[in-house]
Design a protein around this ligand. Structure first.
Ligand code: BG6
Length: 513
């Protein structure tokens, strides 16, 4: 098996991709993400026979948990969070090779124990295995874990062979440009870049991957994909949930760090990048970095390119919900935004003059993530003047990332009848209708990709830095002005007036998807 497939994106979740024998070690094994996403992902990969024959799962955490108890916690997680019901036979295949190692994240000796534990697995099965380390802990211990993986020799094990160690790092990748650079420095002191897989789970979503296929496997889009035909682009990642019990984390983060710097910027990069020379991970990531670097620095301050707000009390699905400042664990005078919107300009030949609007928020009217490409209007010479008869919309192509994954195009059409009247109609394609709805979750794809050595759907170090470079001045400014300029929006609405004002300057308005 070759270590790096030549066109990995083309191979897909196929049984022929063949991950080598692997031990996956999850740091933060008793955490929320492990239960909600990682264990169910491993289970579903097993269900689809996509795990290698010699697959071992090792949970690692500070709490001492006997192997049996870890296995039963994992089974409970599958029952509660997996897209498929727990099938005893399928789970047993994984459970029989699931163990747990207790240790601190900065405890050097515990990493030696982990190394011995994995050596023991190799001895038992009589062959070498690749080590895949999944760091799913709070960010404060990312660096100690990485350093200990280096000091214990785990990072360098089998380096130079196809079984070299790999590390997956969860978000948040830094909290600003300086910390992201520092973290990259720590990682590079221990791992080579090709061993590193920085997660942005949005890249594992089906529709996000389909964006590449739609753009580059169809001849009709690319000729129109530029400033001559596109008027503006809107990227929305709206959530209905509030901060819930994550107040402690969220107060340190806020929407710009939690959603904009990573998820929406990745969507922008895939939408706006130039066609890569190949589907090779590096070729795609080179193009993403290029376009991220071409974004003009934001104008910050009153009447600038950025809006922020906190949700106030409001109604969600007929129930009244509290405002952000009333939520558990939130400071009464909190300066943390639950909504952020940006107006970006990309300074290159393709996009000069086309605004890219990004927004994300919690407690918004509807859970929806989409990329909407708004085309220019045709010359108004024919169907013009009588607005009552000629109801014309700009053509909009929208990629609905979730829910109801699909693609739609707004076209103007003649209303049947003897009089010529026009009306915008929506032409839609829904994945669930065509392909059924039980598709793999993002984490299944991402864990398998890392096992196989395919970095296409992961963030490279320079990408993370390019995105932080853009966002950090905004964070610095917000910190310096405290709550000044913090807008509010009612829970259950589409966001604050200041975000509408960002678009009004160019006579645009937000879609209500
Ligand atoms: C995470 C954020 O990265 O993405 C959460 O930390 C957010 O705050 C989540 O709720 C949204 O992901 P999804 O896949 O539910 O859209």
């Amino acid at each position: 098996m070759s270590d790096t497939p030549r066109h990995p994106f083309l191979h897909g979740l196929s049984k022929h991709r063949g991950a080598p024998p692997t031990v996956v070690v999850i740091f933060g094994a008793s955490g929320d993400l492990t239960a909600r996403k990682l264990i169910p992902a491993v289970y579903n990969l097993s269900h689809d026979n996509l795990l290698p024959a010699d697959f071992h799962l090792v949970g690692y955490g500070r709490k001492a948990i006997p192997d049996g108890e870890f296995r039963s916690l994992a089974a409970d997680a599958i029952k509660e969070f997996s897209r498929r019901e727990l099938n005893g036979e399928v789970w047993e295949r994984v459970a029989a090779h699931t163990t747990y190692v207790a240790g601190g994240y900065d405890e050097r000796a515990a990493f030696d124990r982990l190394a011995q534990h994995i050596d023991g697995i190799e001895k038992k099965i009589g062959r070498d295995v690749q080590r895949l380390f999944y760091i799913s802990t709070p960010p404060s211990v990312f660096a100690p874990i990485i350093m200990n993986l280096g000091a214990s020799g785990l990072a360098a094990k089998h380096l130079g062979t196809p079984l070299h160690a790999k590390v997956i790092i969860e978000k948040p990748f830094g909290k600003d440009l300086t910390s992201a650079r520092e973290l990259n420095g720590t990682i590079r002191s221990v791992f080579e870049e090709h061993q590193v897989y920085r997660i942005d789970h949005y890249l594992g979503k089906e529709t996000v991957q389909d964006l590449l296929v739609q753009r580059f496997a169809n001849a009709i889009f690319e000729p129109l994909w530029n400033r001559n035909f596109i008027d503006s682009v809107q990227i929305t990642v709206a959530e209905e949930v509030g901060v819930g019990s994550r107040g402690g984390y969220y107060e340190q983060s806020g929407c710009l760090r939690d959603m904009i710097q990573n998820h929406t910027m990745q969507l922008l990069a895939l939408t706006a990048m130039e066609p890569p020379g190949s589907l090779d991970a590096e070729a795609i990531r080179d193009e993403k970095v290029k376009v991220l670097k071409a974004i003009q620095p934001l104008t910050i301050g009153p009447a600038g390119d950025v809006a922020r707000a906190q949700y106030g009390a409001g109604m969600m699905s007929g129930k009244s919900v509290p405002g952000y400042l009333e939520e558990e664990g939130i400071q009464p005078q909190s300066n943390t935004e639950t909504y952020a919107a940006l107006r970006l300009s990309i300074n290159n030949w393709r996009w000069q003059g086309v605004p890219f609007y990004l927004r994300s928020g919690k407690r918004m009217a509807r859970r929806v993530s989409e990329i909407a490409i708004n085309f220019r209007r045709p010359p108004g010479t024919l169907f013009a003047g009588e607005t009552a008869r000629f109801d014309l919309a700009a053509n909009t192509l929208s990629f609905q990332i979730q829910p109801d994954e699909g693609l739609s195009l707004i076209l103007n059409t003649k209303v049947p009848g003897l009089e010529t009247r026009t009306q915008p109609v929506k032409m839609s394609f829904r994945y669930a209708t065509t392909f059924g709805s039980n598709t793999a979750e993002a984490y299944e794809r991402l864990v398998l990709d890392a096992m196989i050595g395919d970095g296409t759907l992961f963030i490279r170090g320079d990408e993370a830095e390019a995105s932080w470079k853009l966002c950090t001045p905004v964070l610095d400014y917000w910190r310096s002005v405290g709550r000044t300029g913090m807008d509010t929006y009612a829970a259950g609405s589409w966001g604050p007036p200041s975000a509408d004002a960002l678009l009004a300057k160019q006579a645009h308005c937000w879609r209500q998807p």
